[in-house]
Ligand binder design. Structure first.
Ligand code: ADP
Length: 310
């Protein structure tokens, strides 16, 4: 069975429903991608690699993973830490603002759970997905170990997939982020950057420039997301620009890129070509942004994807 591991952090999400009430759910970039992939491609084993706590919310999070049919074999439970949390505000244009409580989250400790035995088991995967967010949050003194474990996976033939997902506030400096991203781009087989991520760090202004930037690395597949403007792909030396149908009813753009990533990769793992995979990823992202929060309601999401032939 085809298998992918999503490495990173899932957090407790809080959203204001009215002046006196908060809605609570769970979200985090790699978790969002995992959920959307599994909802579309039930025959892929979609697994989380993360650390949570042993508190009540962590237990609820684990239950949610299972309800979304994610494999939880490598969801480790730290004895004393708890999950990170964030509060999301969305303005009338659908742009979001976040407040975080995550500096001491269990997920920062995830690398310490990845012993040789676990790494050996992870080599059974077809793909291992990680983003700039786990890179930013894992304890600094576990970074070298993380890169060594990734090298083991690559040597064993696991395809490494990277989305920079740059969040300035998570990094001590731009140079630190650039140094880590450089390692990630060097080691990865597939990259799924957004233009915005690269513009702040590297001064890149367009999707074409982002592709040019990615060409310096040994990537076999690059997908550059540029909001509603376009998606540009590079496979080998073939560069293609894909049209995106803009959504007019944007409610909340949270997790657009995550939904795209999950469904795009699921489509590729299922044997679809790059053109079809981009259209499916874009359909998923375009659906998700018409709903509040990171995870769109199951029924509405599945309905939209069934219209796209999934
Ligand atoms: P991120 O969420 O990482 O910032 P983007 O803003 O580039 O990523 O969006 C990711 C994907 O979401 C795009 O490639 C596109 O498919 C889809 N998308 C984003 N905004 C819109 C929109 N207004 N209309 C339709 N699709 C959109």
């Amino acid at each position: 069975m085809t298998k992918i591991y999503f490495f990173g952090e899932c957090m407790v999400e809080l959203r204001e429903l009215d002046d006196a009430t908060m809605g609570q759910s769970f979200a985090g970039d790699v978790y969002n991608s995992a959920v959307y992939m599994k909802r579309c491609f039930a025959n892929i084993t979609v697994a989380m690699v993360t650390a949570i706590g042993r508190d009540r919310l962590s237990e609820k999070m684990l239950t949610r993973f299972k309800r979304e049919e994610l494999d939880t074999q490598f969801v480790f439970q730290h004895p004393s830490k708890v999950p990170g949390m964030y509060f999301i505000e969305t303005d009338s244009a659908g742009e979001r603002r976040f407040t975080y409580w995550r500096n001491d989250s269990a997920a920062k400790k995830v690398v310490q759970f990845l012993n040789d035995d676990v790494v050996e088991q992870l080599t059974a995967a077809d793909m291992f997905f990680f983003s700039g967010i786990p890179l930013a949050i894992i304890d600094e003194d576990s970074r070298d170990a993380f890169w060594q474990k990734l090298e083991c996976l690559k040597l064993a033939g696991v395809k490494l997939v990277f989305d920079p997902n740059y969040r300035a506030q998570l990094w001590v400096s731009k140079d630190d982020a650039i140094a880590q991203f450089n390692k990630a781009f060097h080691l990865s087989d597939i990259a799924l950057p957004g233009v915005e991520d690269l513009s702040v760090l590297y001064g890149i202004k367009s999707a074409q420039e982002a592709i040019d930037f990615c060409q310096q690395y040994n990537l076999e597949e690059v997908v550059v997301k540029d909001g509603p403007k376009s998606v540009i792909t590079l496979t080998g030396t073939e560069r293609h620009s894909h049209q995106i149908t803009p959504v007019t009813n944007v409610v909340d753009t949270t997790s657009a890129g995550d939904a795209f990533n999950g469904v795009y990769l699921g489509a590729r793992l299922s044997g679809k070509n790059v053109f079809d995979a981009v259209q499916l990823g874009a359909k998923a992202a375009g659906t998700v942004i018409q709903h509040p929060g990171a995870i769109a309601p199951l029924v509405a999401f599945k309905q939209a994807m069934s219209e796209a032939g999934i």
